[in-house]
Design a protein around this ligand. Sequence first.
Ligand code: CTP
Ligand code: CA
Length: 226
Amino acid sequence: QEHFFLKQDLVGKKALVTAGPTYEPIDPVRFIGNHSSGKMGLAIAEELARRGAQVQLVLGPSAVNTAVAGIKVVKVQTADQMYQACMAAFAQTDIAVMSAAVADFTPTVTNPEKIKKTAGSLTVELTKTRDILKALGQEKRQGQLLVGFALETNNEQAYAREKLAGKNADMIVLNSLNDEGAGFGYDTNKITIFERGGNEIPYERKPKQQVAHDIVDRIVNMLYAQ
Ligand code: CTP
Ligand code: CA
């Protein structure tokens, strides 16, 4: 019952959400990407907007779209463009949720012309990208809430706790890839939320819309408790 009631508990708040993959160009026709659909981040942006927040969604290359009012979509391609868009918006933000699957490495140089297959092998040198969540964690001021995700295949609890502390986040949403029917390409997710202060809340596997509802409930809880 309560789930269908429209809770306008984020009126007057500004939110920044990242979603989707990034594409890192090798040459004009090729890139390094990943399987992120952008659905989880979109569901969070929509849930925040439905509850009254003014949302900026920084979206990597993704087919998703929204009809929900109150969401400004900024489309980007690369990790660096996503970083710039987030840094520009963060000072004005009350809630930041970094759900994008940002490339960790990008080609050191982008070949200006299409690379030909003439050579017998091809080596592409990669350079580490900037960590957007960590950068925002360093900029964070009193009253701002920063949420990250963790995608792990092993030692997931320990890695999630490490990300919470190491990136100065207030909440890490651990996405269990091991679970059947969760993660990339599925419309359901199984998460555990790790909160600053030590709360660890496991959830059942459920549709991404309901997962978004659970996450935003915890965000609202922490926002008004601090
Ligand atoms: N993230 C980010 N910028 C990056 C890389 C990651 O903002 N360049 C964010 C993701 O959006 C996510 C969190 O950091 O909220 C964790 O991402 P994840 O890939 O799980 O962890 P990494 O810190 O990149 O470490 P690793 O991939 O080695 O586990
Ligand atoms: Ca990563």
